[in-house]
Design a binder for this molecule. Structure first.
Ligand SMILES: [Zn+2]
Length: 237
């Protein structure tokens, strides 16, 4: 009877060990870190592009003001040329040249404006795309975090009930059996007991000598595998 209790205790202990391992690995396997990394990466790129966009809009504004100034200057110059106050031919020629120069400047500035406007349009499209991608990445992260949270909660619940079960089972085991169990479990990665199946040790698969076999029919006899040292148990089913 004691051996049977130990066997059941071992099953619970192994289940606890297995579950603890799964709990430990769950965060790394959940993909939360990777999803978080992607969100951070996309946020950084988005912010960089938004600040570039702001810079370009500032430049655009400056260019627009420059154009307006050139238009105003030309208008003023035009008035001065044709209101009859300037009669000196040389001076008038100079004003003509200035007029032409202002026009060239104005056209150049307008070209620059066009280039920057096109670039801003592309940037806006790209930003919209990035924003969508970021939204998806954030949603994915949230889902993964939620899944991990639920998963951990379930596993921890299960662990609690396994530990409670272990307590109940351990209480029924006599000290001398328990001491042996703990000692052997430590030596054999938790597998203190091995089940005998068709005269083989379930722990190391080595044949059990006929001398030992006879003792296996006593349910409380402590019989050890001659090869691996595990406590042997013969179960009915
Ligand atoms: Zn063995």
């Amino acid at each position: 009877m004691q051996l049977k209790l130990l066997w059941e205790l071992q099953e619970v202990d192994l289940a606890i060990k297995n579950l603890e391992k799964r709990i430990e690995l769950a965060p790394a396997e959940s993909g939360v870190d990777e999803a978080e990394g992607l969100v951070q990466e996309l946020k950084k790129e988005y912010e960089e592009r938004v600040s570039q966009n702001k810079e370009d809009r500032k430049v655009l504004k400056t260019l627009e003001m420059k154009t307006q100034k050139l238009v105003d200057d030309r208008k003023q110059l035009n008035e001065n040329m044709y209101n009859g106050t300037v009669t000196n031919v040389k001076e008038l020629e100079q004003m003509h040249r200035r007029m032409d120069h202002l026009l060239v400047e104005k056209e150049k500035t307008e070209d620059e404006i066009l280039v920057i406007m096109e670039s801003l349009e592309e940037q806006d499209d790209h930003l919209a795309g990035l924003n969508e991608e970021l939204g998806r990445a954030e949603k994915d992260l949230k889902e993964k975090e939620e899944r991990l949270r639920i998963n951990l909660a379930e596993m921890n619940n299960e662990l609690e009930s396994l530990k409670a079960e272990k307590e109940i089972r351990a209480e029924k085991v006599e000290k001398k059996y328990m001491d042996k169990y703990l000692m052997l479990a430590e030596k054999n990665q938790g597998q203190a007991l091995a089940r005998v199946n068709e005269d083989l040790c379930g722990g190391c698969r080595v044949f059990i000598s006929s001398g030992l076999r006879g003792h296996l029919y006593n349910p409380d006899a402590m019989v050890y595998c001659e090869n691996c040292g595990r406590l042997l148990i013969k179960l009915d089913d």
